[in-house]
Ligand binder design. Structure first.
Ligand code: FAD
Length: 516
C-alpha cells in the first residue's frame, strides 16, 4: 500500500486536496466510526445519526468509484478511540505514508499526527480547500490587532475574493444592510412558509437510525423527523431549494423567532457545509447570482453572504488563533451550573421551551434562538462557559468545535472578554418580546422584573448589569446600556437582585425544583 488516506467524519469532500494524487491501484482510504467521538461530548441522537449516515454514504460513493475504503463501522469493532483504531490499522495495513486533510478540531490535529509518528510513519497534511481563508491568511489579517471585529475582516475578505464588489466598491453602495435585517412578524405571524426540501431516510439511513436508537438509547434527542441532506447531491438540492424559495426573505427575517416554526427563511445548510458535502463557494456564488439576475434583493443576498464569507470564516480564524487556551476562558467569572432543563426543555419559559424542544427534536435552532434565547439565558444566569460549550457541541447537527466554540465562548458568553465582540449580547425579556410571539403565550411578563410573573430573563438581565457594572459602565460601547441601571432606585434593584438569587438557587442542580 502506497498511501493510506485518512478521512474524518467532517471531511466528506470527494474533491478534497488529499485525493488529487489518488491512485486506486496503490492507495486506499481509511474511515472509522468510534463511539468515543459521540460520548466524550454527550451528543444528541440527531447529531450522532447525521455523522454516521453521511459517512456511510461517502464510503459507498468512493467504493462506487472502484476505490478501496477500509471502513470501521461502529458495530464491528471495540476500539475505544479513533487514535486506537488508527494505530491498529496502521500496523495491519502497513502503508508507506499516511495522508490527511488538516483536522478541523484542535484535539485531533494534535493526536492524529502523534499516533502516526508513534507508528513510525510520515503524516502528510493537506490544506482544507473548503475554506476561503486558512490560518496563515487570518494571521496576516489580524497582524498586531488585539481585538478582532467581524466587520473589518469581512470587508477585507470580500475585497480579496471580489464577492459583491464592483470596481473595488461594495455593490449597492454599502458594505452591510444590517439595518434591513432585523424584521419581526406582526401579530398575524409569518403566514404560510415555504416548507424546506426534506430528505426521507433511505434503507441505509434507516439502519443508522435504528443503530443510534439502540446503541445511544440514553442520549437525548429524537429521530422521528430526521430529514437532513446526507450527500453532495442532496446538499445541492437543499441549496437550490433555499435559493429558490427562502433566500429573497432571508435578510428581512433573519433575526425573527416564531413559536413552532423552526426554519422560517433559514437555509438549513450549516451541517452540509460543515461535513464538507457542500462548498461555501458554491453557496455564495448561487446567492450572488440571484441578486445579479434580479431574483433576490441585495439585503437578503448580502446578509446571507456575510454569514458565510464573513462569520463562518471569521470564527474559524479565531478558533485556530486562540486554541487551546480558548477552552478555559471565563472573563466574567461565571460559576453557575447549566440548568437541567437544557436537556429536556422542561421549563415554563415559553421561548426557552420552544428553542430547547426544537433543538432536541431536530438538532436545529436558528441563530437568534442560539444567541438570544438559549445563549442569552446562560449568559445572564452566569453559567460556566465550558458547560455551555459542552451543551452546544452536543446538541446541534452542525456542531463541530471550530465553529461552535468561538460562537459560544466568544460571541454568546463573552468568556474571552470581548476579543470577538465589542459588548456582551445581554438583553432582557423585552428583546424576545419584540422579535417573537412567545411572550403572549407565556406565564411570565417581560416587562416585570420582580414578583410571581416576572420574566426570569428580565430579572437576570438587571442582575447581570449590576454584577458587571464595574467592568462595563464606563466603556464607550456599553455605557448607555449600563446608564439605565443607574436610574433604578436602590430598593428596586435590591429586590431584583434578591429575586435573581432565588432563581439561581432554584435552578442549581442540587435543588429539588429545577423548574423556572
Ligand atoms: P442560516 O441562518 O441560513 O445562515 C447561513 C449560513 O451561515 C449557515 O449555514 C452557517 O454556515 C453560516 N453562519 C451563520 N451564522 C454563523 C455564525 N455565527 N458562525 C458561523 N457560521 C455562521 N453554526 C454551526 O455551523 N455550528 C455550530 O455548532 C454553531 N453553534 C452556534 C452556537 C451559538 C451560541 C451561536 C450564537 C451560533 C452558532 N452557530 C453555529 C452559528 C449559526 O447559529 C448556525 O450556523 C445557523 O443557525 C445554522 O442554520 P442555517 O444553516 O439555517 O443558517
Amino acid at each position: 500500500l502506497r498511501h493510506l488516506v485518512l478521512v474524518l467524519g467532517d471531511q466528506l469532500d470527494a474533491e478534497s486536496a488529499v485525493f488529487d494524487d489518488f491512485d486506486p491501484g496503490r492507495d486506499a482510504v481509511w474511515m472509522a466510526e468510534v463511539a468515543h467521538e459521540a460520548t466524550q461530548v454527550w451528543s444528541t441522537q440527531p447529531r450522532i445519526a447525521i455523522f454516521l449516515a453521511a459517512m456511510r454514504r461517502f464510503r459507498d460513493r468512493l467504493r462506487a468509484r472502484g476505490w478501496t475504503v477500509h471502513y470501521r463501522a461502529l458495530d464491528e469493532h471495540d476500539f475505544p478511540t479513533l487514535e486506537a483504531a488508527l494505530a491498529a490499522d496502521l500496523v495491519a495495513l502497513t502503508p508507506a505514508k499516511l495522508l490527511a486533510v488538516k483536522p478541523g478540531e484542535w484535539r485531533l490535529a494534535q493526536s492524529l499526527p502523534a499516533t502516526c509518528a508513534a507508528a513510525g510513519l510520515l503524516w502528510i497534511e493537506y490544506p482544507d480547500r473548503h475554506f476561503y481563508c486558512d490560518a496563515d491568511d487570518f494571521a496576516d489579517w489580524t497582524g498586531n490587532r488585539k481585538d478582532y471585529r467581524l466587520e473589518f475582516f469581512y470587508r477585507w475578505l470580500r475585497k480579496r475574493e471580489g464577492v459583491l464588489m464592483d470596481a473595488g466598491k461594495p455593490v449597492g453602495g454599502q458594505w452591510n444592510f444590517d439595518a434591513d435585517n432585523r424584521g419581526s412578524f406582526d401579530r398575524r405571524g409569518p403566514g404560510l412558509l415555504p416548507a424546506p426540501r426534506a430528505f426521507a431516510p433511505d434503507a441505509g439511513t434507516r439502519e443508522v437510525l435504528a443503530l443510534v436508537r439502540e446503541r445511544f438509547a440514553a442520549h437525548p434527542g429524537r429521530l422521528d423527523a430526521f430529514d437532513w441532506p446526507l450527500d453532495a447531491d442532496q446538499a445541492r438540492e437543499a441549496l437550490d431549494d433555499f435559493i429558490a424559495h427562502r433566500l429573497p426573505l432571508f435578510g428581512r427575517y433573519q433575526d425573527a423567532i416564531w413559536q413552532g416554526e423552526p426554519w422560517l427563511y433559514h437555509s438549513r445548510l450549516s451541517a452540509a457545509m460543515n461535513l464538507k458535502l457542500l462548498s461555501p463557494r458554491v453557496v455564495v456564488a448561487a446567492a450572488v447570482r440571484e441578486w445579479r439576475e434580479g431574483r433576490a434583493p441585495i439585503e437578503a443576498v448580502e446578509g446571507f453572504v456575510r454569514q458565510i464569507l464573513g462569520w463562518r470564516e471569521f470564527v474559524r480564524g479565531v478558533y485556530w488563533q486562540r486554541m487551546p487556551g480558548f477552552l478555559d476562558e471565563n472573563a466574567l467569572d461565571a460559576q453557575a451550573s447549566l440548568p437541567a432543563f437544557y436537556w429536556t426543555g422542561d421549563t415554563d419559559m415559553a421561548c426557552l421551551r420552544d428553542a430547547l424542544r426544537q433543538t432536541l427534536d431536530l438538532g436545529y435552532a436558528h441563530h437568534i434562538q442560539r444567541l438570544m434565547v438559549t445563549g442569552l439565558f446562560a449568559l445572564l444566569l452566569g453559567v460556566r462557559p465550558r458547560e455551555v460549550h459542552a451543551w452546544y457541541l452536543a446538541v446541534y447537527v452542525d456542531a463541530v468545535e471550530w465553529v461552535e466554540l468561538p460562537n459560544v465562548l466568544g460571541m454568546s458568553q463573552y468568556a474571552d472578554g470581548g476579543r470577538m465582540t465589542s459588548k456582551p449580547y445581554a438583553a432582557s425579556g423585552a428583546y424576545i418580546q419584540k422579535m417573537s410571539n412567545h411572550c403572549a403565550g407565556c406565564r411570565f411578563r417581560p416587562g416585570e422584573s420582580t414578583g410571581e410573573r416576572a420574566c426570569p430573563f428580565t430579572t437576570l438581565y438587571w442582575d447581570f448589569l449590576a454584577r458587571h457594572e464595574a467592568r462595563f459602565a464606563r466603556l464607550p460601547r456599553t455605557a448607555l446600556q449600563w446608564k439605565n441601571l443607574g436610574r433604578k432606585p436602590a430598593h428596586e434593584l435590591a429586590a431584583i437582585r434578591a429575586q435573581a438569587e432565588t432563581l439561581r438557587a432554584a435552578l442549581a442542580p442540587d435543588s429539588r425544583s429545577s423548574h423556572a
